[in-house]
Design a protein around this ligand. Sequence first.
Ligand SMILES: NC(=O)c1ccc[n+]([C@@H]2O[C@H](COP(=O)([O-])OP(=O)(O)OC[C@H]3O[C@@H](n4cnc5c(N)ncnc54)[C@H](O)[C@@H]3O)[C@@H](O)[C@H]2O)c1
Length: 444
Amino acid sequence: MATRRQFLSNSGKLIMGLGASSILPATSFSILSGSPNEKLVIGLIGCKGMGWSNLQNLLRVENVECKALCDVDQNVLDQRAADFEEMTGQKAVLYNDYRRMLEDDDIDAVIIATPDHWHCLQTVHACQAGKDVYVEKPLGKNTDECDVMVKAARQTNRVVQVGQWQRSGKHWNDAIQYLQSGALGNIRVTKSWAYQGWMESIPVKPNQPVPEGVDYDSWLGPAPDRPFNPNRFHFNFRWYWDYAGGLMTDWGVHLIDIILYGMNVDAPNTVLSTGGKFGYPDDAMETPDTQQAIYEFDDFSMIWEHAAGIDGGPYGRNHGVAFIGNNGTLVIDRGGWEVISETETDSDGNPQNIITGVETTQSNGEDLYNHMQNFVDCIKTRERPNADIAYASNTAVVANLGNIAYRTGERIEWDHQARKITNVNQPNELLKSDYRNPWKFPVL
Ligand SMILES: NC(=O)c1ccc[n+]([C@@H]2O[C@H](COP(=O)([O-])OP(=O)(O)OC[C@H]3O[C@@H](n4cnc5c(N)ncnc54)[C@H](O)[C@@H]3O)[C@@H](O)[C@H]2O)c1
């Protein structure tokens, strides 16, 4: 198995010829070597849902191999170890504690696909251990976490790609190129939404003994201590404030990210939000099944809306983004994009489309793979990746502000440079973390 030193030293070749501004500072490994057979060696932390999809796609990239898997649920780890052996014909080294995996010098990079409340500590620790990182979205649970994660990545010169894979998708980039051509005229409103019928209501369940094989204390990590409840565990942790932020931060970061990217902005000036448990008032979710948030930017507004358990979103799409301009509206989702033209009256008094002949594109189904390819390319070149940690930090902060506005009922005024809510005192507490002992918020 090739070492990190070999992989990265070979990759130093690709640094030549790139613009300096986008390149991470060279590492001590950026000296040339030769063999075309060198491998990027990775480890996976959090193996169940998205972690496994990420690994499958990363292993499709040339010269990448996985050495180790880590999970705090031995049942998941055993299953994935078997899946891995079937997929690759190899046995992975197995860990329950990610810190032990990070000690392995053979490992160049890690995928972190644990629940949201773990992203910050694991990313900071991985950067400090010299690993490049692919971490899932949302980057962090709050502004403080996002800030310290960016600081760790920059201090250690690590490549950190975040799982906002739409940024590497061809049809998403085609649509943004069209948007930025100005053909839609002044963009006045943007919308993004997730109506997710498959994310069904979850019935209330009693607390239960911790399942055999689960290191529950390590699953909780920095989150508050509480008895085990199956509703708060795998996948459904999304619906609990201790671990995540509901659909607002789950799908919100994917789609709001496209608006920030397309409109070339970092953050809004104000946010207000409303919603509630309107669909399933008595079910077990803490986060609202129905929510709207309105964000004001300098010269346009952005609307987010979500509904868990139903599919009837705007424009007949159960998720998407719309850029609404004077000449027409661009609508895009994971399947493709279209432009709906405004009309003007011709000399005969008939309505005519202002926009005609747009060559739209459909998804080629390779967005996640392209995102992984971009991650590997950037590990070689030390360029910033498509969903660099700084972009993902903005997106996570913006989505989290929607939740703060919802939870406080305040219209939040936001100073993005100062990282402060300026019009009310108390909600600034929601920008910070309170880690459970013995876990400590990283001080860098
Ligand atoms: N980018 C995307 O399209 C996308 C899609 C789905 C999920 N996600 C993100 O992926 C993350 C995981 O979501 P999921 O649905 O796969 O969750 P999941 O519950 O299916 O899997 C999480 C896994 O992490 C493990 N884990 C928890 N704490 C751990 C620790 N300290 N060390 C090692 N393993 C640990 C769990 O036991 C579990 O196996 C979330 O942040 C979610 O937002 C991203």
